[in-house]
Design a protein around this ligand. Structure first.
Ligand SMILES: [Fe+2]
Length: 312
C-alpha cells in the first residue's frame, strides 16, 4: 500500500499503470493514440449545430434561478451561446486565459486512468459527437452537449478548476489504494450531481443535473429527494444509480468547502480510512447526516424512471 512518503506522481506523460490494476476493457478506436484524443474536433453539420442551439435554448428555460451563480457566470464568460457547437480551439483559448484549462475532443468514454491523467494536466476530455433528434431527451453516453455545456462553465471558477485537477491526481492514487469506486461516488455526488447552498437557496452545479431539463427542477425543488450537507467520508461510502433521478443529493457550502473536505483533508488519508465497497444505500439518511431536507422519496418508491412516476 502507498505511503505518504511516496513521491508525487509525474503527470507530464501518461504514467505506466501500476501492476494489478483493473480498468474497464474499453476498445480503443484504431485512429486514436494512448492519450485517446481525436486528431481534430468533428466538423458538425448544420443539423447538428441546430441540435446544440435547441438544447441550449431548452436549458435556458429552466436554469436561471436554479443553476449555481458560478455556472451561469461561466456560460456567459465563455459565450457558449455563440451559435452551434462551440469550436474547442477558441473555447480552450478563452478558458485557458481564465483558469489554465483546455477542452480536448475524445471519441467516446475513455478509460479512467487516461481521464484522470488529462484532468491532472487541466485538460477536460469532451465527447466529440452530439446526440440526435431521436435521443434528444436522454442519452447514457456523454456527448458534446453534456460535456461542454454541463461541465466546462464550472471550470471558469478558480477553486473548482483546482478541485478538478486534484481530482485527476487523486484518481491515480485511488487506483493504487483500490478505492476507485469510492472516488467515483465522490465524482458522482459533486461533479455530476452536486448542489450548492447560495444566499437565496439551493442551486445546482453538477453537470448531470445542468445538462438536462428534468433533473434541475427535481434536484432543487421537488419533495422526493433527500438533500444532505456534503460529508466526504460518508459520500465515498454511498452507492449511486446512473440511470435515474437521484434519491439523494449532497449540498456544499462553497467550492472552497469542497476543496477543503477533499484536497486539504488529503486523499491519502481519506482512502486509508475507507474499506472497499459501499456501506450506505443511496436512499439512506444516517445519524451523522446534517439534513437540509429529508425527502419523501415518493418518486423513487413509486418506481422511478419507466414507471410513470412523476418527479415530484
Ligand atoms: Fe459528465
Amino acid at each position: 500500500m502507498a505511503t505518504i512518503a511516496e513521491p508525487e506522481q509525474d503527470f507530464s506523460r501518461l504514467p505506466e499503470l501500476p501492476a494489478g490494476i483493473f480498468t474497464a476493457p474499453l476498445k480503443k478506436p484504431a485512429h486514436v493514440g494512448e492519450d485517446w484524443l481525436e486528431p481534430a474536433q468533428t466538423v458538425y453539420s448544420s443539423d447538428e449545430d441546430a441540435i446544440w442551439n435547441d438544447l441550449f435554448a431548452r436549458q435556458m428555460q429552466v436554469l436561471p434561478g436554479r443553476a449555481a451563480t458560478a455556472f451561469m457566470g461561466g456560460l456567459e464568460k465563455l459565450n457558449l451561446d455563440r451559435g452551434g457547437v462551440p469550436e474547442f480551439g477558441k473555447l480552450s483559448e478563452d478558458l485557458n486565459a481564465l483558469t489554465g484549462w483546455t477542452v480536448v475532443p475524445v471519441p467516446m468514454l475513455i478509460p479512467d486512468h487516461v481521464f484522470f491523467w488529462h484532468l491532472a494536466n487541466r485538460r477536460f476530455p469532451a465527447g466529440n459527437f452530439i446526440r440526435t433528434r431521436e435521443t434528444f431527451d436522454y442519452i447514457q453516453e456523454p456527448d458534446v452537449f453534456h460535456d461542454v455545456f454541463g461541465h466546462v462553465p464550472m471550470l471558469t471558477d478558480p477553486v473548482y478548476a483546482d478541485y478538478m485537477q486534484e481530482y485527476g491526481r487523486a484518481g491515480w492514487k485511488a487506483m493504487r489504494y483500490n478505492r476507485l469506486k469510492a472516488l467515483g461516488a465522490l465524482y458522482w455526488y459533486t461533479v455530476e450531481f452536486g448542489l450548492i447552498q447560495e444566499v437565496d437557496g439551493i442551486k445546482a452545479y453538477g453537470a448531470g443535473i445542468l445538462s438536462g431539463p428534468t433533473e434541475v427542477v427535481y434536484a432543487t425543488e421537488a419533495e422526493s429527494p433527500n438533500r444532505i450537507m456534503l460529508n466526504v467520508d460518508r459520500v465515498m461510502r454511498t452507492d449511486y444509480v446512473i440511470s435515474d433521478l437521484q434519491p439523494t443529493y449532497f449540498v456544499i457550502e462553497s467550492f472552497a468547502d469542497l476543496y477543503r473536505q477533499t484536497v486539504e483533508r488529503d486523499f491519502d488519508k481519506l482512502y486509508r480510512h475507507l474499506g472497499p465497497g459501499f456501506t450506505y444505500a443511496n436512499t439512506a439518511v444516517i445519524d451523522v447526516d446534517y439534513v437540509v431536507n429529508e425527502g419523501t422519496l415518493e418518486y423513487t418508491l413509486r418506481g422511478g424512471r419507466g414507471s410513470g412516476a412523476k418527479p415530484v
